[in-house]
Ligand binder design. Structure first.
Ligand code: FRU
Length: 490
């Protein structure tokens, strides 16, 4: 084991954040900084989730891979950091990648190594290559023949500086990996590489080209079949908003389509944002032993995420694991069903009338909650309905709905932020004459709002002091509500 990895393991043991100060069931950095989920896999009887990790500071820095395991994707146990930037080809960062169980039982990691080099123009720039590491689920050894995919394997015009985030899978004839690459002047594209033996890789096809439609560079691809469609998930940098889509600057899109068997090209049917809130990026999926496709993303936004004080003990958390399906030309997401095992202290209210005011309901308060809500007009169509939470005299965060505009809004302006960053996000939602169904999951420092059957999701992190525990319901006009609420935790 390298000295850098030994140092990182010692540091994280000594500086581990205590459970009381972190989210309950969303994975956060063991200490320091976390970004993308990596190597999301089911290996040797449990789920493994690695993450982009800078243990020494709560800001981004030389990337390591942090590591955690879980039986249910909610109760996580930290394992020692899996990789450090300690080889000539990854000395400036062990960037994102994926994992696979090999036929001989070893756990394979495939990742991007970053090493700065002076180019022909004399400038010092990142060079990104694809690499392997083999392990037993705790300790990993980098492959002696790394890197396995380099600039020499790029198609015409591909940038060696933006060439990253391999997602690997096994096929009947070996392995495939989808890798993101910048094609300067055109934006990101997705490349598929093939290998019979993991050591020799060759370019199979250019799967999809951005042509500057959806942001510039594309990152963190995932490609899978679901409900009869081919799904391409990727995160785009520098997006322009389009109507109510893609308001996040850097945001994750879903493309639904099919693969043309002749050309190997992805034939695109439609695309839409994966999350309509403020904080969501770089998701990966795994298939559970019972066949569900589950996605986890980094619950943050690159534009707003480096503004906290350096002394914060941790920064960055994952989203809730979400079960995916494709319906009505969209990607649907639901909280994984295992979450129901964490439900405690059920309360239920039916046909609660609320008119021009704000109320709280006995038993509904706290910072780790699962709230199912149905709202409907009582008579004439109301103007606005809102649920507010993480609330006390100073703070609250709200989710509000204006049926006349069909707009659902998450607003964390009063959540305790002292920065002029984005605090609101709006999404268009479907409803029947003001009837709307929502499920809100709160976990101390976040809210995730699932609309209807999961056709849209809005996620946002909040920095609110944990003593703000109130929940209220507000109406401008007259509504009737059905509310179910559970506290979440063991
Ligand atoms: C996406 C990303 C990846 C890269 C990693 C570096 O959030 O930029 O493309 O591998 O973060 O930490």
């Amino acid at each position: 084991m390298s000295q850098s990895l030994r140092d990182a393991r010692r540091w994280e043991e000594a500086h581990a954040v205590i459970p009381e100060e972190r989210p309950l069931f969303h994975l956060s950095a063991r200490t320091g900084w976390m970004n993308d989920p990596n190597g999301f896999s089911f290996h040797d009887g449990r789920y493994h989730l690695f993450y982009q990790y800078h243990p020494y500071d709560s800001h981004w820095g030389p990337m390591h891979w942090g590591h955690a395991v879980s039986a249910d994707l909610l109760r996580w146990e930290y394992l020692p950091a899996a990789m450090a930037p300690d080889m000539p080809y990854d000395r400036d960062g062990v960037f994102s990648g994926s994992a696979l169980t090999l036929p001989d039982g070893r756990h394979l990691l495939m990742y991007t190594g970053v090493a700065k080099a002076v180019g022909e123009d004399g400038a010092l720039r990142d060079v990104q290559t694809q690499n392997l590491a083999f392990g037993d689920g705790v300790n990993y050894v980098k492959y002696e023949r790394n890197p396995v995919i380099t600039a020499a394997d790029l198609p015409e015009g591909g940038s060696p500086h933006d060439f990253r985030d391999p997602k690997i899978w096994a096929t009947a004839d070996g392995y495939r990996a989808i890798v993101a690459n910048d094609h300067p002047g055109h934006g990101g594209r997705m490349l598929i590489y093939r290998s019979p033996d993991l050591e020799h890789w060759s370019l199979e096809t250019v799967l999809a080209e951005n042509e500057r439609r959806l942001g510039l560079m594309w990152e963190c691809p995932d490609l899978f079949e679901l409900d009869g469609r081919t799904v391409l998930l990727a995160s785009a940098q520098d997006m322009l908003p389009q109507g109510f889509e893609y308001h996040n600057g850097n945001g994750t899109f879903c493309m639904l389509g099919s693969i043309d068997p002749e050309t190997g090209w992805f034939v695109e049917g439609s695309n839409h944002a994966v999350d309509y809130g403020i904080d969501f990026y770089a998701p990966q999926t795994v298939v559970t032993p019972d066949g569900r496709r589950v996605m986890i993303g980094w619950m943050q936004n690159w534009d707003t995420c480096n503004l906290h004080t350096p002394s914060t003990p941790w920064f960055g958390q994952m989203s809730l694991p979400r079960e995916l399906s494709v319906k009505n030309g969209r990607l649907y997401q639901r909280p994984i069903r295992e979450l129901e095992q964490l439900r405690r202290d059920a309360v239920a209210y039916d046909h609660v009338a609320l008119k021009d005011g704000e109320i709280s309901l006995p038993g509904i308060e706290g910072r780790a909650l699962d709230i199912e809500l149905e709202v409907a007009p009582a008579g004439e169509l109301y103007n606005r309905f809102a649920i507010r939470f993480a609330k006390d005299a100073t703070y609250h965060t709200g989710v509000s709905f204006r049926p006349r505009e069909s707009v659902l809004k998450v607003d964390r302006k009063f959540s305790g932020s002292r920065r002029a960053i984005i605090h609101q996000r709006r999404a268009k939602v479907d409803h029947r004459d003001g009837r709307l169904r929502l499920r809100l999951i709160l976990d101390r420092f976040s809210v995730e709002v699932f609309v209807g059957d999961g056709e849209k999701v809005m996620s946002a992190t909040l920095n609110t002091d944990l003593s703000a525990r109130g929940v209220t319901f507000f109406a401008d006009g007259a509504v009737e509500m059905n509310v179910r609420c559970w506290k979440l935790g063991d």
